[in-house]
Design a protein. Structure first.
Length: 69
């Protein structure tokens, strides 16, 4: 039982230190903030931004529901 606790702790430490994918998330957040600011400043652009976010959400949903090869 103690070995499982040590393995779990080791896994959590490795997961905490893993930085892969962090840049992608940061860029996506920054793009989202810019899009929200652009929509607030230019109301005519907000419908286009909404369409883009809807398309991105549908692609991500489809990707998460697909089975890996």
């Amino acid at each position: 039982m103690r070995m499982i606790g040590i393995q779990a702790l080791s896994f959590l430490i490795r997961a905490w230190r893993d930085r892969r994918g962090q840049d992608l998330i940061e860029y996506a957040l920054m793009a989202g903030f810019v899009a929200v600011a652009a929509g607030a400043i230019m109301p005519g652009v907000s419908s286009s931004i909404s369409t883009i976010f809807t398309q991105v959400a549908s692609v991500m949903t489809a990707a998460s529901n697909s089975t890996p090869n």
